[in-house]
Design a binder for this molecule. Structure first.
Ligand SMILES: [Fe+2]
Length: 195
């Protein structure tokens, strides 16, 4: 008798609870992926060919333009992180690219220059949007070197550039985030170096 009563109560007791349960929205059970070490920035920035137009001993400057230069102003801001997502200070960024007509200055240093990241790994570059030249899509060249580390030679690209699809060197991992405004192009890129 006792056993039967206990069984009966055991059967009844969850019923009100089940009723209450139905009143509350149920959360789905979600299996979380392990937190990536650095959001989208855990893969090192890929290297690319240097091409034929690099010159050593470029001037130190954050503005590569000079008086009389034509073209659309480009302001590129960004950071250098390592694969542990830590900003890297004093990283050398040595830039070179074509002018508005697609030509490189091989006798001087127009549109060439180097700069260093600040304590937070930030940099800001002022230049113009490079022109196209035969066989290549629109691109910036850069060498990136953290103190005492190997040089990363690579190139950066512009989204929505039709020539990207026809350029065998182009890599979409090297696309800048670009925002055209009235009279200039604002771009952003985060370099990731091995920790
Ligand atoms: Fe080039």
């Amino acid at each position: 008798m006792k056993t039967t009563r206990r069984k009966f109560l055991a059967f009844l007791s969850p019923l009100p609870l089940l009723g209450l349960w139905a009143l509350f929205p149920r959360k789905k059970s979600i299996t979380l992926e392990p937190t990536p070490p650095c959001d989208d920035h855990d893969e090192p920035t890929p290297s690319q060919t240097e091409g034929p137009y690099f010159k050593t001993e470029s001037p130190e400057r954050s503005n590569l333009t000079e008086a009389g230069l034509t073209g659309t102003k480009l302001v590129l801001t960004g950071r250098v992180l390592n694969t542990d997502c830590q900003p890297v200070a004093k990283v050398l960024l040595d830039w070179w690219h074509a002018d508005d007509a697609g030509n490189y200055d091989n006798s001087g240093f127009l549109l060439r220059g180097h700069q260093y990241t600040d304590k937070q790994g930030n940099f800001r570059l002022e230049t113009i949007v490079p022109g196209l030249y035969p066989g290549r899509t629109r691109h910036l060249h850069v060498k990136v070197q953290a103190p005492g580390k190997k040089v990363l030679t690579t190139q950066l690209y512009f989204p929505d550039e039709p020539q990207n699809r026809r350029d065998g060197i182009y890599n979409q991992a090297l696309l800048m985030a670009v925002q055209p405004t009235d009279n200039k192009v604002s771009a952003g890129f985060t370099f990731v170096l091995p920790a």
